[in-house]
Design a binder for this molecule. Structure first.
Ligand SMILES: C[S@@+](CC[C@H](N)C(=O)[O-])C[C@H]1O[C@@H](n2cnc3c(N)ncnc32)[C@H](O)[C@@H]1O
Length: 424
């Protein structure tokens, strides 16, 4: 096994140590903090993929490992064994995987005495793990999140969502112009909602049309809020909580005059880079939503939320979070709706959305906003779009999207979307 393979695996174990440690960190924070910066691009991608696949299969890996361990070893060795187990059960060559993981432990300052244990356990997994792997259930979410989701959607839907989380997500693109032309160029499938889907993508930056800015990466569900807002040419549209700009680009591509607002300076830099790459323009404001002034024809509010709809892409989330900060987010979402509403012209429309599976961040927000604002109604008519199943429409007139929808075409992120109309 090459030193390169060991490095990617060592970095995957490092990521898992941080995500599953006593002070859990999100993978996105670790990457933004430079955790993989010293690796080659290939190793970086490999380390991230290994860590993500291990998190997706964590429950299965632990079940298999339990049989061969009297008690759990220290976290780093647990994570070495977990990465090795997942690799072996995904078809990795036994000799290569076991050697790489044993080398990694042998080179560790403090844990090299555990290389014998690593070798013995992974050899047993190589012998009996792959056959047992597929018979195990799809890994369940941790209890703190599973409980509220089962309460909201029922046990069967929860199991289907967990199967979707385990399956992971394809690569979805939004085209700046002709979606069919992009689908042809990248060998993708055009979904009924207009997203281009690629099941086995290579490196994104080497794909046809990246350099020329013909498309950007955006989950199919995340592309729907702007379709529901239906931006018109020259409309004055406020895009709140805009970074890194997936929806800003959709709005600008439709010819709207967009003002994009986000309070995160680093994320706004990414938004500007994204706009530049695709050759689109928007006015940008780095500030708190609640400090925005003016009057707008239409508003998109993509509020900060638990992001529980994106677990199939961010398998670290259920482990790095515990729900303790969700109450603050829910309170903030209500404040953002109220301030945004004050910026909307009479007769205007506002789309509220969150990439959350929790009704408190979707259906309940709209129920409560309707009670606070007499001039607010929910416009359900705008949800009749190609690819939108009428069964996804909720009682209050919003749209509930879940990761277990479209199972045959690769699923979608969880989202809640509602279009609100202001009285004239
Ligand atoms: C769901 S993300 C937005 C994704 C974005 N709309 C897109 O399509 O690419 C939520 C955003 O809310 C921003 N945010 C959080 N609190 C904010 C605040 N008080 N004011 C403005 N933006 C805020 C975060 O920085 C984050 O970029």
């Amino acid at each position: 096994m090459s030193q390169t393979g060991v490095q990617a695996r060592r970095s995957a174990v490092y990521l898992l140590d941080q995500i599953l440690g006593e002070e859990p960190r999100l993978m996105s924070e670790l990457l933004a903090g430079g955790a993989l910066d010293k690796l080659s691009p290939d190793d970086r991608a490999r380390a991230q993929r290994l860590a993500t696949e291990t998190l997706r299969g964590l429950e299965r890996a632990d079940r298999l490992l339990q049989k061969h361990l009297k008690k759990p070893p220290v976290l780093t060795i647990q994570n070495v064994l977990r990465v090795g187990t997942v690799e072996l059960c995904h078809g990795g060559a036994a000799h290569g995987v076991v050697n790489a993981m044993v080398n990694l432990v042998a080179q560790h300052n403090k844990l090299s005495h555990l290389k014998g244990l690593t070798n013995a356990v992974l050899r047993k997994i190589a012998a009996d793990g792959p056959a047992a792997w597929d018979a195990l259930r799809a890994p369940r979410l941790p209890k703190w999140l599973r409980g509220p989701l089962v309460e909201a959607w029922g046990a069967d839907a929860m199991a289907a969502m967990e199967a979707a989380h385990f399956a992971g997500a394809p690569l979805d693109l939004t085209a700046k112009g002709d979606a069919q032309a992009v689908a042809d160029a990248v060998n993708g499938t055009l979904l009924p909602t207009g997203t281009i889907r690629i099941t086995n993508p290579g490196q994104v930056s080497t794909m046809a049309g990246f350099d020329t800015g013909d498309w950007w990466v955006q989950d199919a569900a995340a592309a729907i809020p702007v379709k529901i807002l239906a931006p018109q040419e020259s409309e004055n549209i406020l895009d709140l909580c805009a970074a890194p700009g997936g929806k800003t680009m959709q709005l600008a591509a439709a010819g709207a005059q967009v003002t994009a607002v986000d309070d995160s300076a680093p994320r706004m830099i990414r938004l500007k880079q994204n706009l530049e790459r695709v050759g689109l323009k928007a006015k940008t404001l780095t500030k708190d939503v609640r400090a925005v002034k003016g009057t707008f024809d239409a508003i998109l509010l993509d509020a900060p939320c638990s992001a529980t709809g994106t677990i199939r892409r961010h398998a670290d989330l259920p482990y790095a979070k515990d729900g303790s900060e969700f109450g603050d987010l829910i309170g903030m979402q209500g404040e953002f709706i109220d301030h945004a509403w004050s910026l909307l012209k009479p007769g205007g429309r506002m789309v509220f959305c969150t990439c959350s599976l929790l009704p408190d961040e979707g259906e309940v927000q709209i129920d409560e906003a309707l009670e606070r604002h007499e001039d607010m109604t929910v416009d359900q008519s705008v949800l009749s779009l190609p690819g939108i199943d009428p069964e996804w429409i909720t009682q209050e007139g919003g749209l509930r999207l879940r990761p277990d929808y479209w199972p045959e075409t690769g699923g979608m992120d969880g989202f809640y979307i509602a279009c609100l109309r202001k009285a004239d």
